[in-house]
Write a protein that binds this ligand. Structure first.
Ligand code: FPP
Length: 240
């Protein structure tokens, strides 16, 4: 009875962020630890991404943004880049991922420069899931926070806005995440303590959670632990 009461008390305190953003880091090290090629790490990371997206949808999260490929990741060996793009192709071809699960998918980043077939698959996936009412899933692909801000500034100039018309909303409205709430909570596993050009404008007031767990080992129970910790944070947004 005592245990039951305790559980209820801690559940009552739980605050679910509206928007969680994750840096899916540590795939390469996960593979190395097992004597496997880095590509195996990305496959495991992709499987884990699907599990975490499904779980996030189940618990009623509104927005989840994951970092799949950054503007800097082109520096990786060609074979690794090709492998990540192929994992993405397989994921996109599996329409079940979106339709059956009521997940609305959106790609953020400069997708213009990607291969034609990927762009088509992205357009199909976004179209197929546009009426979903569950989780809003953003997949950051060829994404860089600085690149996104440059893109927004160019739009402002092309639209001919006057200096006095430029405020925070003018910028936010021209980011890839336009119309979405800023991330409340940013999770980075794998023992790195950096933002790596991820959502740099949107994360101005985000809370952060770091852990040594490598991404393929990051399970729903770890997400729950992180959310519990978030629930205990005192967000003041610059106030008192
Ligand atoms: C970072 O780990 C991971 C990436 C750059 C790629 C992440 C991509 C996936 C998980 C696949 C995405 C697929 C879909 C369908 C969204 P790392 O390789 O930098 O790991 P390391 O730091 O241990 O080397």
């Amino acid at each position: 009875m005592g245990v039951f009461k305790l559980r209820r008390a801690s559940k009552a305190k739980r605050i679910l962020p509206r928007h969680i953003a994750i840096i899916m880091d540590g795939n390469g090290r996960w593979a190395k630890k097992r004597g496997l090629p880095r590509t195996a790490g990305h496959s495991a990371g992709s499987k884990n991404f699907k599990d975490i997206a499904r779980y996030s949808n189940k618990i009623g999260l509104e927005y989840l943004t994951v970092y799949a490929f950054s503007t800097e990741n082109w520096k990786r060996p060609e074979e690794e880049v090709r492998n990540i793009m192929n994992i993405l192709r397989d994921y996109l071809k599996d329409a079940k991922n979106f339709k059956d699960e009521n997940i609305k998918v959106k790609f953020i980043g400069n997708i213009e420069v990607l291969d034609e077939d990927i762009k088509e698959l992205i357009a199909e996936a976004e179209e197929a899931s546009k009426d979903a009412t569950g989780l809003n899933l953003n997949i950051a692909l060829n994404y860089g926070g600085r690149d996104e801000i440059i893109h927004a500034v160019k739009s402002i100039i092309n639209e001919g806005l006057a200096a006095e018309e430029i405020d925070e909303k003018a910028i936010s409205d021209r980011l890839y995440t336009c119309g979405q709430p800023d991330p409340d909570f940013i999770i980075r596993p794998s023992g790195e303590y950096r933002l790596s050009n991820y959502l740099i404008w949107q994360s101005a007031y985000a809370e952060y959670w770091f852990s040594d767990i490598l991404w393929p080992d990051f399970k729903p129970k770890h997400l729950e632990q992180a959310i519990d910790e978030y629930s205990n944070r005192n967000r003041r947004f610059g106030g008192v």
